[in-house]
Unconditional design. Structure first.
Length: 351
């Protein structure tokens, strides 16, 4: 009789011989599949606008918006290079349009947000209505709506694109289509959506044109800024967030898009925030002022000094705290609505 194989050898033989059947033992990977707490591969990263802008302008010389379809430099998480992802679920990029250019009309199931970083006078058209871009405006392209961008002004315009591309890719649920015309026909005057839905009022009889997405597709900075300024003067300042507001879909009270939540916050002068962490990784665009983010996670720490137009990402379950000597305004977006829909959103605030 043969001597029984030593355990280790027995197992290796089992693994080897069942491998051709695409079978693999759970017990070897169980700990990694259900970690005791989120253990993202993503790392915090900062893109200083001073460093990025020259490359954007060079891209403006290297290719037209029309040829590129979308002239964008993708902000890739350093730990996810090649995946067009800033976190496991989110995409971020900086898009440039120059005077006279058109980015042709198309549609896709991925939802997009635009946050205007530099310049005025470009427009985006969604489903027949144009909206003019100004720095700090937050604009939505709902899933499966025709959209094109154009620029009839006289200075370069740059915005942050936030899309749910990795999430839709994960579900293998993406469709896309090009329009037959470069620029879609304008069928409503500018401001129609905002007039119908943007004043804490809504038409008495209406349908949700964009399904689960907000019928307002442009949230002007002038309004958000005014709200933050008033609240900074008169309302309690949160020790973790400063003064932070979430954008909402006026028809539901929920997030403007089913997959992405958006926020605008003001850190008052002298703010020295307490640390927090949450499961939704977030991308930040600095609107005004300067500040610092200290981020810790997975045994490492990062200190980002940020100023206007800088972008940074705080990955899932990394501890972060903000400070600002002279005050600043931050826009951010995350995949929080999906966490909430799945009942897996976690947040921790420390003292
Ligand atoms: C897209 O359609 C836009 O419409 C921007 O401006 C970025 C990234 C991937 C796929 C589609 C846009 C995009 C995109």
């Amino acid at each position: 009789m043969n001597a029984p194989l030593p355990t280790a050898q027995l197992r290796q033989q089992l693994y080897r011989e069942m491998d051709p059947l695409n079978l693999t033992p759970l017990w070897e990977v169980l700990h990694a599949l259900v970690p005791p707490e989120p253990a993202t591969l993503c790392v915090p990263a900062l893109w200083s606008y001073d460093a990025v802008r020259p490359f954007l302008m060079r891209a403006g010389e290297a290719i037209t918006a029309e040829e590129a379809v979308r002239r964008v430099l993708i902000l890739e998480n350093p730990a996810l290079r090649g995946q067009s992802a800033v976190t496991q679920s989110l995409y971020a990029g900086l898009q440039l349009i120059l005077p006279g250019e058109v980015a042709p009309s198309h549609r896709h199931t991925q939802s997009a947000l635009r946050f205007i970083v530099e310049g005025s006078g470009a427009y985006t058209a969604v489903d027949g209505e144009r909206t003019t871009m100004h720095p700090g405006d937050f604009i939505i392209t709902p899933s499966w709506t025709w959209h094109d961008h154009g620029h009839e002004g006289d200075e370069p315009v740059v915005w942050l694109d936030g899309l749910d591309i990795p999430m839709v890719r994960f579900f293998d649920a993406g469709f896309a289509e090009n329009n037959t015309s470069k620029s879609q026909k304008v069928s409503r005057i500018e401001g129609t959506s905002f007039a119908r839905y943007g004043h804490n009022m809504a038409p008495v009889r209406h349908e949700a044109r964009f399904g689960a997405t907000s019928p307002i597709f442009s949230y002007p900075y002038a309004r958000s800024r005014e709200a933050l300024e008033c609240l900074e003067r008169d309302a309690p300042v949160d020790d973790w967030d400063g003064v932070k507001l979430r954008y909402l879909n006026p028809l539901t009270g929920g997030s403007p898009m089913p997959t992405m939540a958006t926020f605008m916050q003001r850190l008052p002068a002298g703010f020295d925030g307490r640390p927090w962490r949450q499961t939704d990784g977030a991308v930040y665009s600095v609107v005004e002022g300067n500040g610092e983010a200290v981020i810790e996670g997975r045994g490492n720490s990062w200190r980002f000094a940020f100023g206007p137009r800088d972008h940074f990402v705080i990955p899932s379950w990394h501890t972060a705290r903000f400070s600002s000597e002279r005050g600043c305004v931050l826009f951010s977006y995350s995949d929080r609505p999906v966490h909430q829909a799945l009942g897996i959103h976690h947040e921790e605030r420390s003292s």
